[in-house]
Design a protein around this ligand. Structure first.
Ligand SMILES: [Mg+2]
Length: 182
């Protein structure tokens, strides 16, 4: 797989609530790696809300969950402090390091994992580099993106353009809605 192909998600959904989890479960997905920032909470929020915790707790009855974040210990541990979810902080996505830690933590086989995140240059690219499936979602609040993410978004824009030219059909089915939704 070339770089641009690795940046094409397997699926796109408008939020973590739109993902057909029971279907995934039936297809052999046993483990979910969730990005934190702008996937579960925006950068403006410090902690998961009660309803977000309830939603993830419900999911954890059918799946092993790991929160996989590029943010530091303080932000991640504070965001999850009222929960028992496993997490990897400073996960340096798109490098494989954090994904491998999450695989170890969840004792999962790569085939059984679905990564869920809002960034092409970290979540999607990193998942595919590690051989994992990935669902891209619409950012919770794009305006709250941090500087490094704003930088990644510029690269993302360029990559999206390339993909639309090289793989127009895949672009149309998996990325066009993502572009239009932001
Ligand atoms: Mg994110």
């Amino acid at each position: 797989m070339g770089l641009y192909q690795k940046c094409i998600p397997d699926f796109y959904y408008q939020s973590i609530f739109e993902i057909p989890y029971q279907t995934l479960n039936k297809q052999g997905i046993s483990t979910l790696f969730f990005d934190l920032d702008n996937t579960i909470i925006s950068y403006d929020e410090d902690q998961l809300s009660d309803s977000q915790i309830t939603f993830l707790n419900e999911l954890s009855k059918s799946f092993k969950l790991v929160i996989l974040s590029n943010s530091g210990y303080k932000r991640v541990s504070n965001a999850l402090k009222d929960t028992d979810f496993k997490y990897v902080y400073h996960s340096v996505k798109p490098l494989k390091t954090g994904f491998r830690k999450a695989l170890k933590l969840s004792k999962s086989n790569p085939k059984e994992v679905m990564v869920i995140g809002d960034q092409i240059m970290t979540d999607v690219l990193g998942a595919h580099r590690t051989g994992l499936k990935v669902s891209l979602i619409k950012s919770v609040k794009r305006k709250s993106d941090r500087k490094i993410t704003q930088f990644n978004r510029k690269i993302e824009k360029h990559v999206l353009k390339k993909i639309s030219k090289k793989y127009p059909k895949l672009y149309q089915s998996r990325l066009e809605a993502y572009v239009n939704d932001h």
